[in-house]
Design a protein around this ligand. Sequence first.
Ligand code: PMP
Length: 404
Amino acid sequence: TPPFDVNLVRRDFPILQEYVNGKQLIWLDNAATTQKPKQVIDRISYFYEHENSNIHRAAHELAARATDAYEGARKKVQEFLNAGSVNEIVFVRGATEAINLVAKSWGEQNLHAGDEIIVSNLEHHANIVPWQQLAAKKGLKIKVIPVDDDGQILLDEYTKLLGPKTKLVSFTQVSNALGTVTPAAQIVHLAHLAGAKVLVDGAQSVSHMRVDVRALNADWFVFSGHKVFGPTGIGVLYGKEALLNETQPWQGGGNMIVDVTFEHTQYHNAPSRFEAGTGNIADAVGLGAAIDYVSRLGMDAIAQYEHYLLEYATGLLKEVPGIRLIGTAPDKASVLSFVLAGYKTEEVGAELNKEGIAVRSGHHCAQPILRRFGVESTVRPSLAFYNTCAEIDVLVNTLHRLAR
Ligand code: PMP
């Protein structure tokens, strides 16, 4: 039995009552984005109805309320990640912007011709392209950790790639295309032994498992609010405080300065130095409400229930004639990826849509890993804690009908 009442939980998500093509929506596109509980929607409304202001605390009452709400959300993120200080939490637009921030600030300042960056074969394009752009500009080399036929990182091969030229290892904690959970703490530890910095992409992990950045010991950790039941347009860069403070900001403007003359500008310490201009205040507050929501359910309870759902779905999908599951690691989270003989992936997606089932069919912004398995596209149902076995049954029954 699930560690919480899924039917009660579902009532918190108004969109789950939507009808699509005459069928009740079955949202299995959680790896692309998650749905929002009423608590998040209401919190954002409350902000605009009662607190809206720019965040210059001293200016007036609403400025103080907005500042408290925004900084309160930062505190919630800090506790959610078990970061050592609120100063380590930088609000950004999402995981993509967080990675670009590190590439364009720390990377620009610290990497030089001949230096090496290691990524894994599993990466989302957001954790490939910014490094490629930097590599082209600076003459860096990018090396790729291979995976085995189940989609698991090959640690021995990784160890061989590490060397004195390795300056950065940047990898995902959970693959968005296959669902593989990587041995993140081990990868971080080995990188540090080689003297490299490490960035962990948590875009697909924070919504499915407890994350402790201090235990992980990565130098940076990034995630997007919209994948953890919060709004779009807000995300987080966690960075170790000393490292953030020794990195020059990438964008200049208001909020990030201590003093400006025409000759010289003195920057604030983190996080302000990386938050130039007016940020996405309301959505940061909404993200705080999303974190409250999942924390109340409990990340361990969520992980346990989703594991049960994933096992249930995997067992049934294997029985569908002509299906090929891609990504068969024993340690996985949320994601199922497959192709079905006789159908293009977009045809499967369209047939599922007729039944009200939302899945992504495509390359999932992770072309290298799909090509590793000889495909350009998969069908990708991805689970969250509000999904049920009954929904999975509808998915599987539809696939059986197609397979016949
Ligand atoms: N990394 C991973 C593993 C992802 O799944 C995603 C989103 N699909 C991203 C990075 C990028 O996130 P966003 O588009 O929210 O910036």
